[in-house]
Structure formats: structure tokens, C-alpha cells
Write a protein that binds this ligand. Sequence first.
Ligand code: IVH
Length: 671
Amino acid sequence: MSLFDIKDRMDTLVKELNQHNYNYYVLAQPSISDFEFDKKLEELIELEKSYPEYQNPDSPTQKVGGEITKEFQTVKHRWPMLSLGNTYNEQDLRDFDERIRKAIGNDFEYVCELKFDGLSMSLTYQGGKLVRAVTRGDGTQGDDVTSNVKTIRTIPHRLSGTGYPDDFEIRGEVFMHRAAFERLNRERLENDEVPYANPRNFAAGTVKLQDSAEVAKRPLDCFIYFLYTEQRLFRSHWESLQAVKSWGFHTCEHNKLCSTIDDVLDFIQYWDEKRHDLSYDIDGIVLKVNGYAQQEELGFTAKSPRWAIAYKYKAQEVETVLEKVTYQVGRTGAVTPVANLKPVLLAGTTVKRATLHNANEIERLDLYEGDTVLVEKGGEIIPKVIAVNTLKRPAGAAKVQYPTSCPECGSTLIRPEGEVAYYCPNDEGCPPQIVGRIQHFISRKAMNIDGIGAETIEAFYRQGFVKQISDLYTLHEKRESLMGLERFGEKSITNMLEGIEKSKEMPFEKVLFGLGIRFVGETVAKKLAAHFQNIDRLLSASLEELTAVDEIGERIAESLIAYFDQAKHREQLNLLKSYGLQFESLQKEIVLEGDQLAGLNFIISGVFENYSRDELKDLIESYGGKILSSISGKLNYVVAGDNMGPSKLEKAQKLGIPIISDEELLKMIGL
Ligand code: IVH
């Protein structure tokens, strides 16, 4: 398949799967068998792993739990959402400037803005309140994503200041900061979910999520760049930007007024270098004629305003030499090829390594040792090799061969059916897998053990001090021998042993996550700990009991069963238990404020404007009510906020369970 065909296939799969989901969830008329659906989804997942650059933000892999439960309402834009003319070169900008001067003379200014790399959003405010948020869509009509957008903290629900019109639209770009993108993508990897290719896709995928509570967990931001009002309130774009800032909107502090095209070109050059220091991605700059009267005079073409233009920066790419390909073995045994490059400066940093993803990618690139390769750093954090300059291939160069055995332990690699990655099956004896598992256990998100880091674990493993997680808890018996190690003083050993001792207080959910069971990420571990309360109940749970838990699908359930089936894992658990680690969820002490809800069972679902779900849960419990984990006949009320999942809603309605708002709950308590 050519690259074009691959992208085409991926887009087709996205379209088909989304349509099947719609038929299934919204129309309740399944158009394909579950088996066929899963096969297509698997094909898409594998293609996305091999070709992350072609990942479509609408892909069902980018939705939580694949649960597509809500269709967004289509809304027509009051003012069409136009695009901008684009250019990549200086001459086009000078020509643009000439055209403007011919049309309106020389007495005007430009507002220079950064071109944020996210998705455009149209916000409607009435009476000072946010009433609607709509995506660009096809420019004429878009999706109503109000409840999701309401979770973005820099978009005010209520305006401050004075002077805003009663009814207006305002537009801006919703985006994700790079740091959040990296953090959340790391979490997706830990949870064995397909990572997003870049912050833009992550932001776009997030805005289209079905579950606003999940959206709220993914920090988005929004820069405002245009105000639409029926009556003209200000004389210029610049003035309106100052005003909207005073109403509580987030405007970019780097906007600049320029009076000549040379000033504009300086701005472009400055940001071409400095953009890498920003905390978010930009892909160019936008140039707008400032005066509203002059904008009006210039008017529009069919697609874009004549008074504005975008200058786009070229994707950052550079040629360098591939020195060798090495293979990294991860905690799960997956073997990932890495291109080791002759160091080269790219997008503000020195690049020495680039990802090659998997064996398919090596095949696609047709790589030879010593090849001159083109490396690109786009929105992605890790640079990637995008092409090979075959003209510069050294004579007699050897083709890069993906290994058949593990570079670390020599075991024959396996490729599970339907996966692109090769794995080393020697999970008990392959050093990086063992070290990786222990490193995961001590990591910040798991047991967060103070005084010990990833490198120490590696050194301890090499010296034979730790071979499995439970060995950490006998390290204190080896204090004297540890003292003999280089770089280990009395104090650092004491700190480490104290940290290890203290970790025995970490809650059950952290221990469970720390074990590194495949597909059991942080959220899943939390759900399991909350549901089963202790390890014994979890150990003896059947597939049906596991999948009955909110958000636990068959893939996770099967992985848990396979893990607990192994005697060596059960032995580890027993050892850890005997050392005093937490294998039981502690019940939070409930201080009773009243008994208005005594004997009543509740479920909380959706997103609430004034409370978090945890706050409502505490409130119910402090007035004697109980929270159930699934909808059943025992339930008395569903407290529903925005975007309650339709499957839950349907189940509750079928059982005739009253659905109440948070306000009604407060009334029941008498608050
Ligand atoms: S102004 C009529 N300003 O670029 C004016 N757009 O191709 C419309 N964008 O859809 C847009 N940063 O999503 C404007 N400072 C900025 C921008 C910006 C990013 C995006 C926006 C728009 C696209 C235009």
C-alpha cells in the first residue's frame, strides 16, 4: 500500500466506525456485528500505531472507552467562520501589503498575532453569560460543544467589567499546552491507549469527547482573536482586543501593532526563532488590518477576508546521518527501534535520537546504515525520521534489519497476532523488563517512593540487591552492603529506607497501579480498588464481575485474570501483603450532618456547574445517603448533571428511577 492509500484506509475506517457507533448508540440500530466492528477497530489501532502522523482526531480510538453516546447538535453560525489566505514567503506578504495600499492608501496599521495551532471556536454570549460554543465545522455550521467548552477555565461563563453588548459572538482558538499534552500522552501510553500525534489533535479530540467529566481532566486553553457584534462598538481590532480582555477573556500578550510591512517581517522573524520557547504550538503568524472601517472597505473574497493573511512557518526539518539503529526493550517487553543520529540542531534543540516506531516503519523507510535521513519536528515532541535521501546512501551500506531475538536477553521475539510491535516473551528474565517494572512501581504516579530513583533501581538490579518489587522491602536488611556501593552515603540510604517504609501507607489503588498489570492504568486501578475494596475480592472476581465495573472492558478483565492466574504473581502479592502494604481500600470516615437521606441510594452522573462529583458524593454521605456503583433496582435516585451517558440514562429510565438535578438534591436535604 502506498502512503496515500494507508491514509485513505485510515480515514475510511474512522468514517465507517463512527457511522457504526452512531447507528448502534444513537439510532439503536446496529449495522455490523461486534466481531466485525472489533476487527475494523483493531486494524485502525494498528495503523495508528504505525503511522501516528496520519491519525485522524475524529478517530474512535481517541474517545474514552470507545463510548460514543452523544451526537452534537448542528448549529448554523450567525457570521460564517472563514479561513485565511496562506503564504509561506516574504514576497507574497509584500504583494499583500501593496494590494492593501492601493485599495485604502497608506494610513493604516497592522495587528500582528501568533497563529495558534488548535481549533477555532465560536462563543455566543447573551446578557453577559456564555450560552453556546460551536466548532467551525464547514464554516457555515458546526457542532454545539457548549458543555465541553464550559470546562475550559480561560473561557468565562460570566463576563466581568462593563461595556459588553447584550448579544455577541466572539472567536478564538482552543488549544492544549505542550506540557499537558506530554503528560496526558504519557498517561495514555501507560494505559495502553493510542497516544495523540500532537497537541492540536489532542485538543480537537478532547472538544469532541462525549463525556464532559473527561474533558475537564484535560486542560485546554483558549486565545481570543476576533469579536463580532451587530453594532460597531470599537474603531479597531486592537481596541476590541483590549476591551475583551477587560471582560475576562484570554488574549495573547504577544499581539503587536505594526505600521510597516518591514515591522511585520521583523515580528515574523523574531517568532520563527522564539516560538520554540512558547508553552504552546504556533504554526505561523496572522496579519490583520487594524481599523474596522478599513476592514469593511477591503471586504471579503468567497472564502476569506481581504484584510488579513496568515504567514505559515515551514515544518522544521533537517538532514542528518543515521549512525545506527538501536532497540529499546520496555517494561512490557515491546521492542522499539530508535534512530541514533549525528547530532543536529532542529527547532531550538539538538537532536540525537528519533523514533522509528516499529518494524513496519523501518520497512517503509527502506533504511540502510549510514543513510542520510530527513528528520522532522512538527507538533510532535519526539522527532521522527520522515524520509531517506537515497542519493547520499554510502556504497555497500547494509540494510537495517529488525532483530529476531531480544537485544537484551537473546530470547526469540514474538509478534502477537494483530499487533505491529514485537515483544520479548522473557518477562521473568529479561533485565530491562524487570528493571522497568520496579521503576514503574516506585514512580511518582504509583508508589511515589522518596529517596530512590530509576537509576538506583538499575544499579541495585545489576548488583543483585533487587530482582523483584518485593525485594525493595527487604533492603533494610542489606544496609551494610549498600553502604559499600559507590555514591551511597549513610544519609541517602537512610532517606531511601525511610521512603520505602513510608510507602507501606500508600493506598490500595496506588499499589494496584504500581504492579504494572497490562491495561491497568491509574484510572482503572482507582475504579477497581473502589469497587472491590480489597485484593481478595479482586482476585476471585470472574470476567462478568470485572466487566460489570464502570469502564472495565473485556480487554482489561482478561488481562487481570491472566495476571492473577500466575502463581509467581500471587506469591509476590502475598509477600507484599506480609510486608504491610495496603491491599484494602480505607473507608473514608463520614461525619454525619443529618439524616435527611438515610436509607436512600444514589448514583451521580454527568458534570455539574457548581460541584465536583466527589463533593456531591460527600454531601450525600454526610446526610446519611449511600452511593451505589451501578444502576440497579436498589437505586432510589440518579443525580444527573450535563452529559450523563445515554446508556446509564436509558437503564435508569427503564427501571423508572427518578432523575434529579443537584439543586433538587440540595432541596431534599433542606439546603
Ligand atoms: S483570525 C476572519 N487569528 O487560523 C478571521 N485565526 O486559517 C478568521 N487561527 O480558522 C481568523 N490563530 O482557527 C485568526 N490569531 C489568529 C489565529 C487564527 C489561529 C486559526 C483559526 C482559523 C485559521 C485560519
